[in-house]
Design a protein. Structure first.
Lengths: 496, 1074
């Protein structure tokens, strides 16, 4: 027994020394290295994040806002998710998510790429600069003045100031010019990590030129001189323009589907068909006997239709069509919630048709050399090809809004632009709702948009911008104040 | 029987023989029992007054003694009040001894298991005994404390076995961190995590909190250390106070086998009040009767906005095989109520305790099997536990002890919330004329879903049949948990005590969340009605949580007396703690779902398996603490503590922090003892304390991290790898390598008073707690590229009073009447937040935040509501008659009550014992989705009454000069208001959360010895009991039990988002001691 006690005493003593002995303490406590996550990210791994984030904004939240406010789609009477958009009564919180995806996913990761000091990253950085230019354009086109000069620097500028839209546009051109030499540099290709063009730098150069053209044309109403000079300078470089859609190829794999379709099939929305065909655009398609109508929508016509169903309803008329089923957007544009082929619909950051129509407009305005009619026809044909509507020759020749519209306008820049933008509007149906709404705000074309029947704002008024997000309102000391959706952005016309 | 007892018995018997031989006196026999639990007390000394002659009671508490006819006997035993009784002329002399309850000698367990006489404590430390705790037979220790202590805010979400209980002492101190008290069971700090299932609190599954795993039947007592002062020695985690639970142990001289068996029935406590005037259907909205449109019947609708009831027999539901069901078009007032069944729970605890002079043990086995109020056997909770507490004296100097508790829990928890699996959500949308309670036969083609033809016959197109939901969705939980304390004490000298203790708490919680895959088209052949497809890709999710916590404590205590009056003790301790957790949440592909319906395995994932969380964490802490105690005579006590912690979670240059506490107690009644006043004031103490507690943070907050990319939409996402393309994104939270420890400072002053031999007792405290340098993750503008920054900032102050009063108006041998009451008022104030931040979200959802806002109490609701004028009247739009929403969100009140109170009384007459306890919370608010939903579908009582031509109740419009004009004529469309307009004003669903509850009631009868003579029991008590029995709420709350909460025990409280409804429990209890 005695001996045993001795051992216990010894054990106590050792324990005491071990516990109080500080030497091991620091080491014992050095367990705060995160075992769950890396502390750095390789630029080639950040690149797809940036691209997918922009595509999520354009292809999901702005897809709905854009297609509803451009009056391709309207709220289904048998659902309710997007009523507030047709009412022109969005909440500030509705814009938290797209703003977050722009700044906190797309831009910050692009910024981390461009700031990386590693070698051989020229091509990746070039793409990242273009992603920055594109994202900032999306942000400023949607919201007007946005943080840029002080953005993305949390320790230096915890409350970034908002830069004037004009300044933001200056930076957009600057980012594109920074991208150019990097894209042309002979460096390691990002390959498949570039989800848009698979590392093909010639396509990125065409993208850069088209984006620059798009950005300058956006200034046509507010600052014609800059727009004209910029485009002239651009054309002096013998630019190539986009001939392949800038798009991510979505698949039917869960989490890799078209973002809007993925949203609709989420457990919360449960495949409910929330958006349906708006008569605003459907009536125009029908007037022009446009074969693309049946491509953009899964039409409910005659006997095929279920009971109580309609081809389209006037914009925002869900209340007067209670419980009516209306044609949904087609799987081609990712819009039919109960059709799994919607999963593979593309999100078009820029399209071939758009590329031709941009060039056509530049030429029509006399700011660039070229053949307006040829470019116009190429644009229409590109749209027909993209929708699988086949050869556009007959349509171009006979549709009132086809070549006749352009021909009738020859010599009249305004009407030429009207014809071009209207055709661009048709091409963007369901694919590029946000961009179509942008161009309508810039030019007032097409002229047939109407105020939604569900509008809660003054008669005659239309949404001309998006609201700043609630997250900025509550966290940014330099928040500039709420701007109503009826106030145009700097480049926008006041009464489109 | 042990040797010592045998010897004593022999001596006793000898004495009897001796006495009988020398005197002609009367022989007295009798039994000595405990007057509380009526069990016999062996070893009681029975002495003839004025002599040294006496005996001891035997194992059955019996004695036999010969004494002079006129003698008086004195009965004494340690821990009991001695009793004197004259020998009766004839018959036995039975005596019931009462335990010593005098405040002067009451011993409480304080931090680190230190036992202290209550009079020496300079802080409040109320104690609840087993008998008080188990009054209502609630299976949760934490819920059982409700109303029994002042200064504690307890919220029990649904009051069912395994559901969440939140316990906050004196308001809580943290903005975004844990605010609940530390729970310590037999010196083992136990994990009290509450990991809610489901993606958010809007789709929550309440898997409860782990602090509820302990069986109340095993508990000897609970001491609540309310302030940081009391808990300074426990370190950081006790900055919100501590609940010290001591479990039973063997008592010398008694071997006891106790079986406690309760059979509990449950029923739903509160349902919304429904309208019974209008049935299924919708209408075209019009404000006036002129435009009245008879409700258009839609047999698929979830709306009760149809025509007024006619009583006419009409077809309803789907037309299947050419046949429509028929029923009268009239209200079914109880269709929802009758959906629920009576729940049943059997709770059994078998406890064995025994002790010798060297060793003691307590062993218990317990089981709790419950099947709740939902129909069928789908909401089940089964818990099995074993506890062993043992202690043995190895020698004069060494003592070793062990406490081990194992629990196994298996449960299936019905989903709350608004997803396809939400049962309450489906039920509340049932039109007033649909006999949902009769639709349980899922083989009936009008009720069910046919997985062969993939059609459904159920009437509802917008909700699922709740019976089918119960049978097909499940949330299975399987918990295995061991907690233990292993200790060794060495006492080399009388004045020195060294204790080495290792405690561990380890559990694995494995959950399986099952959503069926289905794609049903309506069976309907009529073409009428708007039946739509019901589809779900299905999912299967496995959530695995492991928590391990190990604590080592080495505690050295030295005591020394300076002379007769001055007593000192010094304690030095070292604590080493490690907490490690793993969380693995995986599910079948979120958008792809399942491939094969009905097969629940990750192998059945349609698309890559989603890794939701794969996280491990380790957190370590080394602490040193000291406690110096000085006491003078019996009435003055001073204590000081000091602790240093080094935490692995803080930057190395800031990882060490010190914090002190001092407290003093002055028992002034000792000075009055010999004055006349002393008879009136039997006990009086003043106490005061000041303390600081430092606090560390969570692991891995110092560096910014990168993570695999998920780009979230509103409900969907883009997830990487994308095909074969991997991606990373920078984390949303900026790392901060300059974090400092948090600091909570508290001050308390209080008094304890006893009057008229403690027949009236009072305990009062005033306190101020101030938490500064809070480590909070604050939202920063997303334009910085990040969402959050973890910084030291912000201050919360809690000030309040607690008051406890108790009295015994009547106390005779046979009859006792006791009254007791508590009052607790806490004012919390968010004093400051970081620059530019006006509030920090702690919960809620888009449009309705629950926030910590500067200048407001903690837990404010924040949302848009209707505009009102100065007199509180609703301002309407002159054209539409509809209320006008506020232009910005408003602060709508906190979920924290303004005050809480409780009142209890007990009556004891002979073997009968009757006890009731009421509790009150007043002044808090809650957000009720039940209100929102029943308003929307037109089932709520407030949607009843005239639906046309009415002006909005108590409304005004503003004239040109902005003055209010009472509105008596402008009607509003009731239909538009409840189905659309109110949707923009979630603030209208924030309602008064005040309530009065009959928290518990019990009636029991304890049989006396004579009644048990021929039975093998030494004690037998049978009783009826109930808990959460009745609820009274203000008129404005016609919807739910205000305690119902959808997000478990976290900081997000007061959120009724279609959570599990609460129940009343009542039953019969049997307690037998062998």
């Amino acid at each position: 027994m005695k001996r045993k006690y001795r051992n216990l005493k010894q054990a106590f003593f050792i324990g005491l020394v071990a516990a109080i002995g500080f030497s091991g303490c620091k080491k014992f406590l050095a367990v705060n290295d995160n075992p769950n996550n890396p502390d750095h990210g390789d630029p080639t791994l950040l690149l797809p994040t940036t691209q997918a984030a922009i595509s999520q904004v354009i292809g999901n939240q702005f897809q709905v806002f854009g297609n509803i406010w451009a009056e391709y789609w309207t709220q289904s009477p048998v659902a309710s998710q997007y009523k507030s958009m047709d009412q022109y009564a969005p909440l500030n919180t509705d814009f938290d998510r797209p703003w977050l995806n722009l700044y906190r996913v797309a831009l910050i990761n692009a910024d981390l790429i461009t700031k990386n000091t590693g070698a051989g990253l020229e091509n990746v950085k070039g793409i990242a600069y273009l992603m920055k230019a594109y994202s900032y354009q999306v942000a400023t086109d949607a919201f007007g003045d946005v943080p840029l000069s002080q953005a993305l620097q949390p320790t230096v500028y915890p409350n970034p100031v908002y830069d004037k839209q004009q300044v933001v546009y200056d930076s957009i051109f600057m980012y594109i010019s920074k991208a150019m030499p990097l894209l042309k540099a002979n460096a390691a290709s990002p390959g498949a990590q570039d989800m848009i063009y698979n590392g093909d730098m010639s396509k990125w150069i065409a993208f850069a030129n088209t984006l620059e053209l798009r950005a300058y044309l956006r200034l046509s109403s507010v600052d014609q001189a800059t727009a004209q000079a910029g485009i002239a300078a651009l054309y002096q470089t013998n630019p190539t323009f986009l001939t392949e859609d800038a798009t991510i190829t979505y698949t039917s794999t869960g989490g890799n589907e078209n973002p809007f379709y993925n949203e609709a099939t989420s457990p919360t929305l449960g495949k409910i068909q929330n958006v349906v065909a708006s008569s605003t655009v459907v009536d125009e398609f029908k007037k022009n006997n446009d074969p693309r109508l049946a491509k953009f929508y899964t039409l409910f016509i005659d006997k095929i239709a279920p009971v109580d169903s309609l081809e389209s309803i006037p914009q925002g008329s869900y209340l007067s069509n209670v419980n009516k089923k209306v044609s949904p957007p087609s799987p081609l544009v990712g819009g039919q919630a109960n059709d799994p082929t919607s999963a593979t619909a593309p999100v078009k950051l820029m399209s071939v048709a758009e590329s031709y129509f941009l060039q056509a407009e530049a030429v029509a305005r006399g700011w660039a050399a070229g053949d307006v009619t040829a470019l116009y026809k190429q644009g229409i044909q590109a749209s027909f090809t993209a929708t699988g509507a086949g050869d556009a020759t007959t349509y171009i020749a006979s549709a009132p809004d086809g070549l006749p519209a352009l021909t009738a306008a020859v010599g009249n820049v305004k009407d030429e632009v009207k014809a071009i933008i209207t055709q661009k509007y048709y091409a963007m149906c369901g694919f590029q709702g946000f961009e179509a709404w942008n161009e309508w705000r810039r030019t007032g074309y097409p002229t047939f948009l109407v105020q939604s029947a569900a509008s809660t704002i003054e008669p005659g008024q239309m949404p001309l911008r998006m609201l700043y997000p609630n997250s900025e309102l509550t966290s940014n000391l330099h928040f500039p104040g709420v701007v109503p959706i009826t106030t145009p952005v700097w480049w926008g016309i006041s009464n489109p | 029987m042990n040797m010592k007892k045998k010897i004593l018995l022999i001596i006793g018997l000898c004495l009897v023989v001796f006495c009988q031989a020398f005197a002609q006196n009367r022989t007295v026999t009798g039994t000595v029992t405990d007057n509380q639990d009526k069990t016999p007390i062996p070893g009681v000394t029975v002495r003839i007054k004025g002599t040294q002659t006496g005996v001891q009671t035997d194992i059955a508490g019996k004695y036999t003694l010969t004494a002079p006819q006129n003698a008086t006997l004195i009965f004494s035993f340690v821990g009991y009040v001695s009793a004197e009784q004259p020998i009766p002329a004839s018959g036995p002399l039975n005596v019931a001894l009462s335990t010593e309850t005098k405040a002067l000698s009451e011993v409480v367990v304080t931090s680190q298991g230190i036992r202290r006489e209550k009079r020496t404590l300079g802080y409040s430390a109320p104690t609840v005994s087993n008998a008080e705790l188990t009054q209502g037979e609630n299976p949760s220790v934490l819920t059982s404390l409700t109303g029994k202590i002042a200064g504690v805010n307890i919220t029990s979400a649904s009051n069912t076995p395994g559901s969440s209980t939140r316990i906050v002492l004196r308001g809580g101190s943290s903005i975004t961190g844990n605010n609940q008290a530390l729970i310590v069971v037999d010196e083992v700090p136990i994990d009290n995590s509450s990991v809610v299932g489901g993606a958010s609190s809007l789709t929550a599954v309440d898997f409860g909190n782990r602090g509820n795993d302990i069986d109340p039947n095993d508990v000897e007592s609970v001491t609540v250390l309310e302030g940081p002062a009391a808990a300074a020695l426990y370190g950081s985690r006790a900055s919100n106070g501590a609940i010290i639970i001591t479990t039973k142990s063997g008592h010398a001289g008694k071997t006891e086998v106790t079986l406690n068996s309760s059979n509990t029935f449950s029923s739903i406590l509160k349902l919304p009040t429904f309208q019974n005037e209008y049935g299924q259907g919708y209408m075209s909205g019009s404000a006036t009767s002129a435009g009245y449109v008879t409700g258009i019947d839609d047999a698929s609708d979830n709306f009760s906005w149809g025509a007024p009831f006619t009583g006419k027999t009409e077809p309803w539901g789907q037309e299947i095989d050419g046949v429509n069901q028929m029923k009268p078009y009239s209200a079914l007032p109880n269709n929802i109520k009758d959906f629920f069944t009576t729940g049943f729970a059997a709770d059994n605890n078998l406890g064995i305790s025994s002790a010798t002079d060297k060793s003691s043990f307590y062993l218990s086995l317990n089981s709790l099997n419950s099947n709740g109020i939902y129909p069928g056997n789908y909401d089940t909770y089964d818990k099995y536990g074993v506890r062993f507490n043992g202690k043995t004296k190895i020698s004069d100097k060494f003592t070793a002890g062990i406490n081990i508790d194992y629990n196994k829990i298996q449960a299936n928890v019905p989903s709350g919330g608004q997803n396809a699996n939400g049962i309450w959500n489906s039920l509340m949308q049932t039109p007033r004329d649909i006999p949902i309670n009769t639709m349980g036969d899922l083989n009936n083609k009008y009720n069910g879903y046919n997985t062969v033809s993939n059609t459904y016959g159920f009437y509802g197109a917008f909700v699922l049949n709740p019976y089918w939901q119960l049978a097909n969705f499940s949330n299975l939980d399987d918990v295995n948990r061991v907690t233990g304390n292993f200790n060794l004490t060495y006492k080399p000298f009388n004045w020195l005590n060294i204790e080495e203790r290792v405690t561990a708490d380890s559990y694995a919680d494995r959950r399986k969340l099952i959503t069926p895959k289905y794609d049903f088209t309506p069976a309907d052949e009529s073409g009428a009605g708007l039946w739509i497809d019901e589809t779900n890709n299905g999912s299967y999710e496995i959530d695995q949580l492991n928590v391990n916590e190990v604590n080592h404590d080495l505690i050295v205590t030295a005591t020394h007396d300076f002379g007769k009056d001055f007593h000192t003790s010094l304690l030095l301790g070292n604590n080493v703690r490690e907490r490690s957790t793993t969380a693995n949440f995986t599910s079948t592909n979120t958008s792809g779902g399942l491939v094969v319906p009905g097969w629940y395995n990750l192998e059945n994932s349609n698309g890559p398996v989603d890794v939701i969380t794969d996280n491990i964490s380790i957190q370590r802490l080394v602490g040193f603490y000291g406690d110096l105690n000085l006491s003078y005579k019996n009435f003055l006590n001073l204590e000081g503590t000091l602790r240093n912690d080094r935490s692995s979670t803080l930057p190395v240059n800031n990882y060490s922090y010190w914090y002190p506490s001092v407290n003093g107690a002055f028992v002034f009644s000792e000075l009055l003892k010999n004055s006349g006043f002393g008879d009136f004031l039997s006990y009086g103490k003043l106490r005061s304390s000041f303390a600081q507690v430092g606090s560390d943070t969570n692991p891995y907050e110092l560096n910014t991290i990168y993570a695999s990319t998920v780009v979230n939409g509103s409900f969907g996402n883009t997830k990487f790898p994308f095909g074969n393309v991997p991606a990373l994104q920078v984390g949303s939270t900026l790392g901060n390598s300059t974090l400092k420890p948090e600091q909570t400072t508290s001050f308390e002053i209080g008094t304890e008073l006893g009057f008229l031999q403690d027949r009236i007792k009072a305990d009062f405290s005033y306190y101020v707690n101030d938490s500064k340098n809070q480590i909070v993750s604050i939202p920063i503008p997303n334009s910085t590229g990040y969402g959050f920054n973890t910084i030291n900032a912000g201050e919360i102050q809690n000030k309040g009073i607690t008051l406890s009063l108790s009295g015994t108006p009547i106390k005779t041998e046979d009859f006792t009447w006791e009254l007791r009451g508590n009052y607790y008022k806490n004012n919390s104030d968010v004093v400051s937040l970081p620059n530019g931040v006006s509030q920090i979200a702690i919960g809620g959802f888009v449009g309705m935040g629950i926030v910590a806002a500067k200048g407001y109490p903690y837990g404010e609701f924040y949302g848009v509501t209707n505009q009102t004028d100065a007199e509180g009247r609703t301002i309407i739009n002159k054209t539409t008659g509809q209320p006008i929403p506020t232009t910005s969100p408003q602060y709508l009140g906190s979920y924290n009550p303004k005050y809480q109170a409780s009142f209890g009384t007990s009556l004891r007459y002979k073997g009968f014992n009757f006890d009731v306890l009421f509790d009150v919370k007043h002044g808090g608010v809650l957000f009720s989705d039940t209100k929102s939903l029943t308003d929307f579908v037109g089932t709520a009582a407030e949607t009843g009454g005239p639906r046309f031509g009415q002006p909005f109740p108590n409304s005004v419009y503003l004239d040109a000069s902005g003055k209010s004009v009472p509105n008596t004529s402008i009607p509003y469309s009731v239909y538009d208001y409840y189905t659309s307009v109110i949707g923009n004003t979630p603030g209208m669903d924030v309602i008064d959360a005040s309530y009065v509850k009959l928290r518990s009631a019990s009636l029991s009868y304890t049989f006396n010895k004579t009644q048990l003579k021929s039975l093998p029991f030494s004690a037998l008590t049978i009783g009826l009991y109930g808990n959460n029995l009745f609820l009274w709420t203000p008129k404005s709350n016609a919807y739910v039990d205000p305690e119902v909460n959808s997000s478990g025990a976290g900081n997000e409280q007061g959120l009724d988002f279609a959570g599990t409804p609460s129940v009343r429990n009542y039953g019969i209890n049997l307690k037998v001691t062998f």
